[in-house]
Design a protein around this ligand. Structure first.
Ligand code: ADP
Ligand code: TRP
Length: 328
């Protein structure tokens, strides 16, 4: 039986990259046979969000987002990371079998510090906490965007080191799973770099009306006229359209941009189509999001129930690991 698990940090409003790279896969995986664990990584978010009110609000928004997008709390165990303190116990055990060198190679740590984030010890050991998240539920499949693949590989290494050190198969080896299309595995931001909350180039999925229009207007373009033939791979708006459109329609837009000439679409046309496709995709979920958000007591109750179910498993795995290394 497969056990699906993934987490997302409540470090801001979920953007297109989070949706196409992660959340969509999480919700879709519920249709596959197996167990499903999804959580809001609030311990991880503390590496960047150090404002209690904001963190609490972000957690509720993230929960409302998942429910609005179709997460079913009956089929999937959906919870808040910090409600399962066993993961911090496992983090310590794993940190004792993890070499500094492994962490020093983490792209995400290097990227974040290169962008000027103060490197706390927590940021450095982030991948160990993430490995504990993954291993605590005997997960076999971890659906994530491309940027998280290295972290899953680190979890594989840590599981292997722990099992080898104590001569027992305590931890199950997880595999990452990427979205089917490359466009979705690495969604670009407004500036063409990877979309990320921490780069300030992100677009919230539930943007609407005037602010959606304003957001789409910020997608990087240039001053070339519509008639000028262009390489479609260099037109960022087409990368955004690729997220939403069926292949046949996307190819048609690309061909017309490539051909140029009279009647070729300008950037304005691409923006109009993008806004339309965006609305079709997200408007119904946006309405549900508002409803969930208006009922925080019910969100909290769902999270509490999820935490109970998650802890049952995490306690079993924690006990297994403690016994294996002589702490029991
Ligand atoms: P951010 O970089 O904005 O802080 P997170 O690190 O919280 O995003 O990512 C949450 C999930 O969304 C992860 O599974 C990650 O792989 C995915 N993800 C984030 N940004 C992108 C992107 N630009 N393209 C595809 N997936 C992404
Ligand atoms: N580090 C992940 C991110 O930034 C979030 C996360 C924490 C996670 N623990 C996890 C993802 C375990 C998958 C599995 O997106």
């Amino acid at each position: 039986m497969q056990t699906f698990l993934s987490g997302i940090q409540p470090s801001g409003r979920p953007h297109l990259g989070n949706y196409f790279g992660a959340i969509r896969q999480h919700v879709a995986s519920q249709e596959e046979a197996g167990e499903h664990f999804f959580f809001i990584a609030d311990y991880h978010a503390l590496t960047t969000v150090q404002d209690a009110e904001r963190l609490r609000a972000n957690v509720r928004e993230m929960a409302a987002t998942y429910f609005a997008l179709g997460l079913d709390p009956e089929r999937a165990v959906f919870f808040r990371q910090s409600d399962v303190p066993e993961v911090t116990e496992l983090t310590w055990l794993l940190s004792c079998v993890t070499g500094m060198g492994l962490l020093e190679r983490a792209h995400s740590y290097k990227d974040k510090t290169a962008k000027g984030l103060r490197p706390s010890v927590g940021l450095f050991t982030y991948p160990i906490l993430m490995a504990a998240d993954i291993l605590a539920y005997d997960s076999t499949i971890v659906p994530v965007g491309k940027d998280q693949v290295q972290h899953v590989e680190m979890a594989q290494d840590m599981a292997g080191h722990f099992n080898a050190a104590f001569g027992q198969e305590v931890f199950v080896r997880p595999e990452s799973r990427l979205p089917n299309s490359a466009a979705q595995a690495k969604v670009p931001g407004l500036d063409g770099e990877k979309m990320s909350k921490s780069y300030g180039n992100d677009l919230w999925i539930f943007e609407s009306g005037k602010s959606l229009k304003k957001a789409v207007n910020r997608v990087l373009t240039d001053s070339r006229p519509p008639e000028e033939p262009k390489d479609p791979d260099g037109v960022l708006l087409l990368d955004f359209l690729a997220l939403f459109l069926e292949d046949a329609e996307l190819q048609d837009w690309r061909e017309r941009v490539r051909a140029g000439g009279e009647g070729a679409p300008g950037y304005g046309h691409l923006k109009v189509r993008l806004i339309e496709a965006w609305e079709e995709t997200f408007a119904p979920a946006r309405a549900r999001f508002e409803e969930f958000l208006a009922d925080p007591a019910s969100l909290d109750a769902h999270l509490a129930r999820g935490a109970e179910r998650a802890r049952e498993r995490a306690c079993q795995v924690r006990d297994r690991a403690y016994r294996a290394c002589g702490l029991r």
